[in-house]
Ligand binder design. Structure first.
Ligand SMILES: C[S@@+](CC[C@H](N)C(=O)[O-])C[C@H]1O[C@@H](n2cnc3c(N)ncnc32)[C@H](O)[C@@H]1O
Length: 272
């Protein structure tokens, strides 16, 4: 049998996280994009901070677009007062879940590949947001700028990785990365999202370090193998869980194994 854990990313069954196949695998297994590991958080959570920013930018007459909406729960929770909220996602099974759960007629969830043009009129939305989904304001992609109204609000939440000691404890699972550096990180985000060519004004990047406590040893593996096939997971659990348990119990706190999740919230305004 192939030992899978010396480098999980080189296992033949490994599916690249955030590829279409990976999202399809998740949608097929759970029908939603939700983290299956057990953990607790210190408040505030990055996603709640992002939700509050979104809610504060929506009025009764606002039309909102959520790009890469997954199964739609985020809109259900934070966009309730919008006049119209539209979620788009490339994965049909996520959209099916979102439509099954949608709380009111002013919500629409549509299967769309956001990189291939958007089925909306020009200047339609007051707010365009994306929580960990595609970014539509690149220099050579005009779709975001086309569908947002002049002066409209753009909100984007990006996950920037997890560490807080996790990578040092499990270097064969979570590849070590250089220590976090604010300036390098801000530069990386600006380049990655092509912010100088985005056409947006009033751009702000907030860095959020969120503390999470993984509840059980198996959660270290569930987090790493999120979105992988059941077959690969079962193999790794068999091979690896015992070692993980030992390290976990040595370092666990009363709340669980402490890890830090890094997030970036990017906000901006469409040209007036
Ligand atoms: C990290 S998940 C986040 C889902 C949801 N926003 C959430 O926070 O729970 C990214 C989402 O973007 C969707 N996505 C990725 N590429 C896309 C594309 N080109 N067009 C539309 N949706 C896409 C994925 O299917 C997935 O649902």
């Amino acid at each position: 049998m192939t030992r899978s854990f010396s480098n999980p990313m080189q296992h033949p069954d490994w599916i690249d996280p955030h590829s279409r196949a990976w999202y399809e695998q998740l949608a097929g297994e759970y029908g939603e994009y939700a983290y299956p590991w057990k953990s607790e958080f210190e408040e505030p959570r990055a996603e709640d901070t992002f939700g509050q920013l979104l809610a504060a930018s929506i009025g009764e007459n606002s039309r909102l677009l959520d790009v890469g909406c997954g199964h739609g729960d985020f809109l259900h929770r934070w966009a309730i007062k919008a006049k119209e909220a539209v979620g788009i996602d490339i994965v049909d099974a996520f959209i099916a879940t979102a439509n099954r759960r949608k709380p009111q007629q002013s919500y629409r969830f549509i299967a769309v590949n956001a990189n291939e043009g958007l089925p909306f009129e020009d200047d339609y939305f007051d707010v365009v947001c994306s929580k960990k989904g595609p970014w539509l304001f690149r220099e050579n992609n005009r779709e975001g700028r086309r569908v947002i109204k002049p002066g409209g609000t753009v909100l984007h939440l990006m996950h920037g990785g997890t560490d807080g000691g996790l990578r040092a404890l499990f270097p064969d699972l979570y590849t070590p990365v250089p220590a976090f550096d604010t300036n390098r990180s801000l530069q990386h985000i600006a380049n990655h999202l092509e912010l100088p060519g985005s056409g947006l004004s009033d751009i702000e990047i907030r860095i959020i370090e969120e503390t999470e406590y993984l509840s059980r040893p198996v959660d270290v593996l569930i987090k790493k193998y999120f979105g992988q096939s059941r077959r690969l997971r079962e193999q790794v659990w068999r091979e690896r869980l015992k070692d993980i348990e030992e390290i976990f119990h040595k370092h666990v706190t009363s709340r669980g194994l402490k890890v830090t999740n890094l997030y970036y919230i990017v906000t901006g305004r469409a040209p007036a």
